[in-house]
Design a protein around this ligand. Sequence first.
Ligand code: BG6
Length: 520
Amino acid sequence: MSTSSSSESPRHPFLDGLSKHRGAPPTVVVIFGASGDLTARKLIPAVYNLGHDNLLPPEFFLIGFGRKEMGDGAFRKSCAEAAREHSRREVLDDIWERVADHTSYLAGGYDEEAAFTKLRKKIDKLEKNLDRPIQAVFYISTPPSVFKPILQNLGAAGLARRHAGTPHASKVVVEKPFGRDLASARELNEVIRREFDEQQVYRIDHYLGKETVQDLLVQRFANSIFEPIWNRRYVDCVQITVAEELGVGSRGGYYEQSGATRDMIQNHTMQLVSLTAMEPPVSLGPEAIRDEKVKLLKAIQPLNPKPGEGDAVRAQYAEGLIGGQKTTGYRNEEGVADDSSTETYAAFRLSINNWRWEGVPFYIRSGKRLARRVSEIAVQFKRPPGILFSEADRFDLAANTMVIQVQPDEGLTLLLNSKIPGLETRTQPVKMHFRYKATYGSNTPEAYERLILDAMVGDSTLFIRGDETEASWKLITPVLEAWDSLGNRGLETYAAGSWGPLTADQLLWKRHHQWRRPSL
Ligand code: BG6
């Protein structure tokens, strides 16, 4: 007896029914902020690559929405240029044409109700022509100042409730920054909840779309050797580094309102903390995973922001050398105030008050213009008793460390101690590497490909839930407020190209720890 369902589902080159990712229903993606930087650098290339991999539904439409007056042709041309410049793969004309044929543009103000009525009519017309229900995915990729009017107008025009309660219900993807403190995040959540149900909402944190971040759950829960030692009995400390070599570039204006803590710590870095430290979820379903992340975030103790004696350090880059080239200090960057107190580096010591992690510090840091671009999670294990190998000059012992290298050169490294071959017993730390590139080749999808696809198929596992973002802001907001009231007092500087300020080292010395120097 044949169990094939191919006779029931239409075969199409875009749809082969092999995985849930190949089952996106007819979809129109509307990008608000269509002429923005993120659209060009990430969203359009991601859509192209999904098309390349036959992962777009056969009935896929793209509408760019923005304030700029522009015709369909001009928008398609700008998308084609963006895809060619930023796609990870060479753009093939026939694949691009299939996307471009279904791409159009609508000019309008985000606070202009009539423009949203026009949008609704446009989507209704697509649906009528198709003669099948079509789901709308609204991707808000604008400056945060217009998040609210967009959400309200989606509600007012009836777009938020389109096909409510059916598999074709609208979805809204909200880019970062999601608020700038706890109060504004709560307010934004309230606006969202007035128009959408939580299941329709996809708050983006693009770190969750990275392969290595997804692999973190597989490493932890698909290998039985880690779970018994993943706790306070064996782990000495955890260090999470999200370092960038680049400065703020042309984004000085945005960055002045943000700083490293809002830009990188509250979201990306805290996501890495929760996935590393959370309890095993009861399933891999979105709610089960997000429940555990929220529980973990809530178990982190309030931070003491006091400069010099607390749990937090902030600093700003001064001029320095990157790759042998002299680079300017933050305050000389375009769009940055001469007396700016914005931190371009932040480090925190987190204490997690639960059974698993009591007494194990989690050190996290993120900064721009650091020595190297590297994101990693390092789990440092306790040292063995020193009785056998105690003569320091013969036995160079390192703490066993498992390093999950999030990027670049994605992989996993185990730091072990080994005997140097020879007649004498001498030891040396050695590394065991697993490298994605060596094992799987280098054709890894970009985070945005995975996230756009997940939103289309309705899988919210890799998106942030409303209570999750609030839990993270709850922890971070008191520190931001304390820094705000201190102005420049307690703000350190570090040379561009270094690993940050000395005070960040002191944060660890108090507990007899030392930052790792991430190396390949
Ligand atoms: C963004 C920040 O969210 O992440 C940027 O706004 C930062 O400032 C970027 O450069 C880093 O992302 P990635 O994927 O390059 O590590």
